[in-house]
Design a binder for this molecule. Structure first.
Ligand SMILES: Nc1ncnc2c1ncn2[C@@H]1O[C@H](COP(=O)(O)OP(=O)(O)OP(=O)(O)O)[C@@H](O)[C@H]1O
Ligand SMILES: [Mg+2]
Length: 358
């Protein structure tokens, strides 16, 4: 018996566009154990949401195409199931929370009934029992005076409260896996922290596994057991959260971490953004997709590196040819960074001279 709850294997999801196919998810492999909390991070457009939607089998076809791979959930390949069977799994076994609760909640139905509906469909319980359970769920996600608020409509709730309702809907049937796709991006920072805390404690209480999707490495630090870093449709680094934070091995992860402000540490370098843009996913490069933005890049990076364990750390994997911990390699990257900076300053000076001359 496989110990993993979810196993995504070499998943490929493309979108047909006029210019060809967008390789949105391009060979993604990862697994989630029962009760485990996994964060998926990576910048906008790297394929996080498409990965999540694929697990729910909610990618619209067309333009989407499941071009390869498998998604095993409790040893059943979700990509081969009938739509009817899949409907049972959605909500019943796997719950999902999206960034914008208003687009998922039904504006014409009371919040309580929306939670009770899932319970009645998946758990086949009567109206009264469903109402009682839905009220308890509203309390559990932190809605004050849940009994009275049961009959409110979504527009009568604040953004944070609507997001809490979404969490209650997703958790109503006690799913084994909860996917939260940027669940707090639209909310202010204090509410954000409360909601993440709530998701985390509910998952712990019920033993629910969590996939938390975000582009912000900062929010995952205290919350996840493991981090998966995606770039241009691929997983480029994966490891236990403390390994990724204390010992990142992919230059892209280094860049992501360096763009998070830290209050408890004096840093010798200024906060860096990662310069440049990700590659065109219609014509992805055959080599490392981060190469064009990477100061560590060498000739070999024109070939795609395999996704291998980091020496001495079996749970930590990276898809990178270089050893970023080697002082010689670091010196080489620093020289390239300085050279790029100097070239940029020169270009700015030149442009200023041209303008002054006019
Ligand atoms: N329906 C579609 N048609 C064409 N391309 C699409 C479609 N949906 C997604 N894509 C492309 O697939 C890629 C991955 O998109 P995805 O939404 O998964 O990114 P993401 O990592 O979730 O980004 P964000 O952080 O902005 O939410 C992007 O390049 C996006 O433009
Ligand atoms: Mg997204």
């Amino acid at each position: 018996m496989n110990e993993n709850l979810l196993e995504v294997q070499d998943l490929k999801v493309y979108f047909k566009v006029r210019a060809g196919h967008v390789h949105a998810v391009d060979g993604v492999t990862f697994a989630v154990k029962p009760g485990e909390k996994v964060a998926i991070v990576g910048e906008s457009g790297c394929g996080k949401s498409v990965t999540a939607l694929s697990i729910m089998r909610l990618v619209a076809q067309p333009p989407g195409v499941y071009a390869g791979g498998n998604i095993f959930f409790e040893n059943e390949d979700l990509l081969t199931l009938s739509e009817r069977r899949m409907q049972k799994i959605r909500g019943g076994q796997i719950g999902i929370i999206f960034q914008d609760p208003m687009s998922c909640l039904n504006p014409t139905m009371t919040v309580g009934d929306q939670i009770a509906e899932g319970l009645r469909i998946h758990r086949k319980i009567d109206k009264k029992e469903a109402r009682a359970r839905a009220t308890t769920l509203l309390e559990e996600v932190g809605i004050p005076a849940a009994k009275e608020r049961y009959d409110s409509y979504p527009h009568q709730f604040s953004g944070g409260m609507r997001q809490r309702v979404m969490i209650a809907v997703a958790l109503a049937c006690n799913p084994k896996l909860l996917i939260a796709d940027e669940p707090t991006t639209a909310l202010d920072v204090t509410v954000q922290a409360q909601i993440l805390e709530q998701i985390s404690s509910i998952c712990k209480e019920f033993g629910t596994a969590l996939i938390l999707i975000t582009h912000d490495l900062g929010v995952v630090a205290g919350l996840s057991d493991r981090v998966i870093v995606m770039y241009a449709g691929k997983v480029i680094e994966e490891g236990e959260t403390n390994e990724i934070f204390s010992n990142p091995r992919h230059p892209y992860t280094l860049g992501l971490l360096n763009s998070v402000p830290r209050l408890n540490e004096e840093r010798q370098s200024e906060l860096n953004t990662i310069e440049g843009a990700p590659p065109d996913l219609v014509k992805p490069p055959t080599g490392c997709p981060f190469m064009a933005r990477c100061y560590f890049a060498k000739k070999i990076c024109n070939e795609m590196p395999s996704f291998d364990p980091v020496e001495g750390q079996p749970t930590h994997r990276k898809a990178c040819w270089v050893d970023v911990t080697d002082p010689n390699v670091q010196a080489y990257a620093e020289r390239r960074r300085q050279a790029r900076r100097a070239a940029q300053v020169e270009a700015i000076d030149e442009a200023a001279n041209v303008l002054q001359g006019e």
